[in-house]
Write a protein that binds this ligand. Structure first.
Ligand SMILES: *[C@@H]1O[C@H](CO)[C@@H](O)[C@H](O)[C@H]1NC(C)=O
Ligand SMILES: *[C@@H]1O[C@H](CO)[C@@H](O)[C@H](O)[C@H]1NC(C)=O
Ligand SMILES: *[C@@H]1O[C@H](CO)[C@@H](O)[C@H](O)[C@H]1NC(C)=O
Ligand SMILES: *[C@@H]1O[C@H](CO)[C@@H](O)[C@H](O)[C@H]1NC(C)=O
Ligand SMILES: *[C@@H]1O[C@H](CO)[C@@H](O)[C@H](O)[C@H]1NC(C)=O
Ligand SMILES: *[C@@H]1O[C@H](CO)[C@@H](O)[C@H](O)[C@H]1NC(C)=O
Ligand SMILES: *[C@@H]1O[C@H](CO)[C@@H](O)[C@H](O)[C@H]1NC(C)=O
Ligand SMILES: *[C@@H]1O[C@H](CO)[C@@H](O)[C@H](O)[C@H]1NC(C)=O
Ligand SMILES: *[C@@H]1O[C@H](CO)[C@@H](O)[C@H](O)[C@H]1NC(C)=O
Ligand SMILES: *[C@@H]1O[C@H](CO)[C@@H](O)[C@H](O)[C@H]1NC(C)=O
Ligand SMILES: *[C@@H]1O[C@H](CO)[C@@H](O)[C@H](O)[C@H]1NC(C)=O
Ligand SMILES: *[C@@H]1O[C@H](CO)[C@@H](O)[C@H](O)[C@H]1NC(C)=O
Length: 678
């Protein structure tokens, strides 16, 4: 073997090293732990008598123990959301001593029994506590694998009898992101130095999705559900391969393609850990109904059926995956099942020209069914992305046919669902007076709107649902749904309403990050209009506030919105061959960030100083892009790129996001674009 061959062979054996985002002040906002084993950071609560309790904080040695007296308990704080297996060392005072462990995400449910994950129950006591074997082991003990607790911040150790137990060296071995050694080695970053909340929200979303990226055999047992007396079991198989992305750390711990519509863009801009997404998408396509072409709503073991919207999210998710990876092999592998699934939706279009919803399950909204406005917006996006994927595969006539359906369906959607007198879309083509948050957000996001006047009307109309904490969804009364708010954020940015979108982010993400009722690290599943942690109480969750998940990737919409819209960086063709930079500053004057796509680094820094804006752009040498300046910049004053006034051929006015903007073409590499406001 010659030297060159030896070098090549070595290169092939070494796994591709992912470039890591540059370091800087933003690293202080990265809440992913530096180690995979963590110790409690504080004692939260003591009930009864616990002596030398502070010995349980930090990495103590086995000799420095605390004694939990009979019928007493101590709650320890890990400082942030974690998930995994507890190990501790024990010295029972008597063979009769007994001990149990309880877990909670929210401080509201700290106590001798866990918050709920196996099932919801009105008594808020379904999961109970994990009893250690009796007689109690002496020395080190680790939780059984199937008793994995996927999400918690607080651990309660309970001496359940009258006998005392000495305990020491309590730690958690993290179970999420098993394939990553360094959980902080992000491939992207974001920094808005003027407003901590925005940077915090970005990193909170990123960490939330990391906690939702799990080993294959760690799903919640749901087939059948575990009886209350047996607590919980997290040893179900989640799909065709792992690691795999699930909806929540504590629960449901299953693949949910709708949730991925928000969680995967978060993953793209922060960790680019798309292997977990590929495994989840592959799981859904493998489970298609070969007769009808219907895809399941969720992955195994739940394998919930009957949701046209989640079916559609799988199809859109394939496009998102291919756009960012350029993985045409995977596209070809699933193509037959993909086209069958597109056909399922086309077959549901009736004589009205709209899709008549077959599977009415959805994200928890009520009133799904018939010619629903949300389902039809998502269907239209399926057709758009199907046409794009067919183009990528050179299937020209199929692409054209699908794209013709886009336009026809968009026209019918407006005729049958838009109510000009209200300036919003109604829930379906009955005489309903529900103007839902989801359908109206998706109508803008997926370009179902016909003109900018309408876009502005819908964006403005959506604010009528807002209270101080965010949008109260008309389609899930009394509830703020951060999942849908993540799509609404994008709708306002697309309407060119940057300040409005940031206002929404401050309300909803500000609440989730700061409320003392949650974990102040990862993002909760949802909440009620008054901020109470009782999401879906009367809509499926049996009035069990302890069942709410506090680490749900579907609530991380701020993360990708900050990267894609505020920073303004998006990938526009497969694998990053082309990109766009379109900053939407709102009232900010300086932002920087970037992310790696498919092995190439894309970075942006922009700054507005008085009437001058500077945009630094960095991209791989084999890419080309466009920079669109905020309204007014460069108009009549010209644009300077790399110190030279640019030629007319590379700069032009374009209509984008509700505004006329100056657009400049840039090649790969590093460029500096400077423009003034006339
Ligand atoms: C101790 O915990 C029990 C429940 O285990 C509760 O009823 C009691 O109020 C707690 N006492 C204090 C002082 O917190
Ligand atoms: C354990 O409990 C049993 C039953 O109450 C009692 O007979 C026995 O003496 C106890 N043993 C110790 C060591 O306390
Ligand atoms: C709570 O309710 C469940 C049924 O939802 C029941 O199986 C369980 O025993 C109850 N737990 C307690 C502590 O009462
Ligand atoms: C999960 O754990 C339970 C309890 O130990 C066991 O009975 C069951 O077989 C396990 N299931 C799988 C799929 O490993
Ligand atoms: C496509 O669907 C069939 C069921 O009709 C399934 O057996 C097959 O594994 C699926 N193919 C892929 C690549 O998922
Ligand atoms: C139409 O929307 C309303 C309001 O959400 C809902 O009550 C009704 O059930 C829907 N109609 C159908 C056919 O699903
Ligand atoms: C599509 O056709 C072009 C031009 O012939 C070719 O370069 C490209 O590789 C084809 N793409 C695929 C996915 O086959
Ligand atoms: C276009 O939509 C019609 C129903 O409106 C459907 O019959 C046809 O199959 C669709 N065409 C394609 C290429 O999907
Ligand atoms: C914009 O489109 C909506 C929906 O089709 C229509 O009602 C409205 O008249 C249009 N407005 C303008 C200014 O074109
Ligand atoms: C959005 O829809 C309008 C009206 O049909 C169309 O002119 C425009 O090209 C569409 N935009 C995109 C990005 O597809
Ligand atoms: C650009 O080049 C990089 C490095 O060689 C490669 O990883 C990437 O796939 C290329 N991108 C495109 C879109 O060809
Ligand atoms: C932008 O507006 C928000 C809300 O009014 C405010 O809190 C923040 O300080 C402002 N930021 C800047 C840089 O002016």
């Amino acid at each position: 073997m010659g030297l060159l061959h030896a070098v090549l062979a070595l290169a092939l054996l070494t796994p591709p090293s992912l470039a890591v985002a540059p370091s800087g002040p933003w690293d202080a906002f990265n809440i992913a732990p530096a180690a995979k084993t963590l110790w409690p950071t504080a004692v939260k609560t003591i009930n009864g008598t616990v002596s030398s309790s502070s010995n349980l904080v930090g990495q103590s040695n086995a000799k420095k123990s605390a004694t939990i007296h009979g019928n007493s308990w101590i709650a320890l704080d890990f400082g942030k959301e974690v998930g995994g297996f507890i190990t501790l060392s024990l010295t029972p005072s008597s063979p009769n001593a007994s001990l149990s462990l309880a877990f909670s995400e929210s401080p509201l449910f700290i106590g001798p029994i866990s918050d709920d994950s196996a099932m919801s129950s009105q008594n808020q006591s379904y999961d109970g506590a994990l009893k250690l074997p009796t007689p109690l082991p002496t020395g080190q003990w680790t939780m059984p694998t199937e008793k994995l607790r996927g999400g918690f911040r607080y651990l309660t150790i309970v001496a359940t009898g009258s006998e005392a137990v000495s305990a020491s060296n309590i730690s958690v071995a993290l179970s999420f992101m098993p394939h990553w050694d360094d959980l902080r080695a992000y491939t992207g970053y974001f920094y808005a130095p003027e407003e901590e909340l925005l940077t915090r929200a970005w990193y909170a979303g990123a960490y939330t999705v990391q906690t939702n990226t799990v080993p294959l055999h760690t799903g919640r047992q749901a087939n059948p559900f575990v009886p209350s007396a047996e607590g919980w079991l997290n040893n179900a198989t989640l799909g065709i391969a792992g690691p795999i992305i699930v909806d929540g750390a504590k629960r449901d711990r299953a693949v949910w393609p709708g949730d991925m519509g928000i969680a995967v863009p978060t993953q793209i801009v922060s960790t680019f850990d798309l292997i977990a997404t590929k495994n989840a998408l592959g799981t859904m396509f493998a489970a298609i109904n070969p007769k009808t072409g219907a895809l399941p709503e969720s992955g195994p073991p739940l394998s919930q059926l009957g949701s046209d919207t989640y079916h559609s999210h799988t199809l859109i998710g394939l496009y998102t995956y291919v756009l960012h990876t350029g993985d045409l092999d995977f596209l070809r592998t699933v193509w037959d099942n993909y086209t069958l699934a597109v056909g399922y939706l086309n077959g549901r279009v009736d004589t009205t020209g709209l899709l008549n919803v077959g599977g009415t399950r959805d994200w928890a909204r009520v009133g799904q069914g018939g010619h629903n406005v949300e389902a039809n917006a998502i269907y239209n996006r399926v057709l758009q992305t199907a046409s794009s994927l067919a183009t990528i595969l050179n299937l020209t006539s199929l692409s054209t046919a699908w794209s013709a359906n886009v336009t026809a369906h968009q026209a019918t959607y407006n005729t049958l669902l838009y109510v000009p007198s209200v300036g919003l879309f109604k829930d379906n083509n009955t005489d309903t007076t529900i103007y839902p948050e989801d359908g109206n957000s998706f109508a803008i996001l997926y370009n179902l709107t016909m003109n900018n006047t309408q876009v502005q009307s819908v964006s403005e109309g959506l604010t009528k649902n807002w209270n101080n904490l965010g949008p109260v969804a008309p389609e899930l009364p009394g509830t703020i749904a951060p999942f849908i708010a993540g799509f609404e954020l994008q709708a306002h940015f697309l309407a060119g309403q940057d300040a409005r979108a940031l206002d929404l982010m401050r309300r909803t993400w500000g609440f989730m990050l700061n409320t003392p009722s949650s974990v102040q690290s990862t993002l909760l599943e949802g909440f009620l209009a008054n901020g109470s942690i009782s999401y879906r109480s009367d809509h499926g969750y049996t009035f069990d506030a302890a069942y709410t998940s506090h680490s749900h990737g579907w609530s991380s919409g701020a993360t990708s919105a900050l990267s894609f819209y505020v920073l303004g960086l998006t990938i526009t063709s497969p694998g990053g061959a082309t990109f766009r930079v379109e900053p939407q500053p709102g009232n900010l004057t300086t932002v920087e960030g970037g992310y790696e796509v498919n092995g190439g680094w894309f970075g942006v820094k922009w700054n507005i100083s008085g009437k001058e804006m500077t945009v630094d752009v960095e991209s791989p040498g084999n890419s080309t892009g466009v920079v669109l300046l905020p309204p007014g910049f460069g108009v009549g004053t010209g644009v300077v790129v790399d110190g030279k006034a640019v030629r007319k051929e590379v700069v032009q006015m374009v209509e984008s996001k509700g505004n006329s903007k100056m657009q400049v073409v840039v090649g790969g590499g590093k460029h500096v674009v400077v423009a003034r406001k006339g």
